[in-house]
Design a binder for this molecule. Structure first.
Ligand SMILES: C[S@@+](CC[C@H](N)C(=O)[O-])C[C@H]1O[C@@H](n2cnc3c(N)ncnc32)[C@H](O)[C@@H]1O
Length: 205
């Protein structure tokens, strides 16, 4: 991000709102908007958040799932502040042992991925990296979700966009996309939402 962009980001109304409301990042309002539309969370739910740093989605998830809910986060960068009660794994999503994420849990009810690649400025390269992260997040979701579970994954719009939405549609009762108001208009990011996971063997090609 250039200095000019950094200054712009600080002035951004969602950035200011997050600061006022005690959230660790403005990204929280993307998840809030998606949740308002799709009703992802239930009290007591088990949530896996891939690419969870600095932690605003985990903060939001805790509010929604309550004290009985379970939060597990993964990021390649350690969190400066861990939201209360969350278990954090530090590692790369591409190489992480999925069994380690699951631990003793029977499965997750929700898998979130707000992962984004370090952008190079070369659009096609950034799209390809985003697609790889999204595919991996979906692969993990299919491995750990309980039937009926929900998935949210960030994806840069690119050549594989339609194909990847179809991959979600094959595994979930409903697949939709969303571009939340707090997602910068200039950004090519979208979120793909799958609700009602069909189960590990349901919808497999
Ligand atoms: C936009 S931030 C997530 C913000 C988060 N949702 C929040 O609300 O605080 C994207 C995160 O994805 C992580 N990430 C990107 N590639 C990753 C990878 N290969 N493995 C693990 N984490 C990754 C980055 O380190 C970064 O913290």
């Amino acid at each position: 991000m250039s200095k000019l962009e950094q200054r712009g980001a600080r002035r951004d109304r969602f950035h200011q709102k997050a600061k006022r409301e005690g959230f660790l990042a403005r990204a929280v309002y993307k998840l809030e908007e998606i949740d308002d539309k799709f009703g992802l969370f239930k009290p007591g739910a088990r949530v896996l958040d891939l690419g969870c740093a600095p932690g605003s989605w985990l903060q939001y998830a805790r509010q929604k799932v309550g004290r009985d809910g379970v939060l597990v986060g993964l990021d390649r960068t350690p969190l400066k502040a861990v939201p209360p009660g969350a278990r954090i794994e530090v590692g790369d999503v591409m190489t992480i042992d999925v069994a380690k994420l699951k631990g003793d849990l029977p499965g997750f009810d929700i898998v979130l991925s707000d992962m984004a690649p370090d952008t190079s400025g070369v659009r096609s390269m950034d799209q390809a990296r985003s697609e790889a992260l999204f595919e991996r997040a979906l692969e993990i979701a299919v491995a750990v979700l309980a039937p009926g579970g929900n998935f949210v994954g960030k994806l840069f719009q690119g050549p594989e966009f339609k194909h990847l939405i179809e991959a979600v549609r094959a595994r979930f009762e409903v697949a939709k996309t969303s571009k939340p108001a707090s997602s910068r208009q200039i950004s090519i990011e979208q979120y793909v939402i799958g609700t009602g996971f069909k189960g590990p063997s349901g919808g497999a090609p």
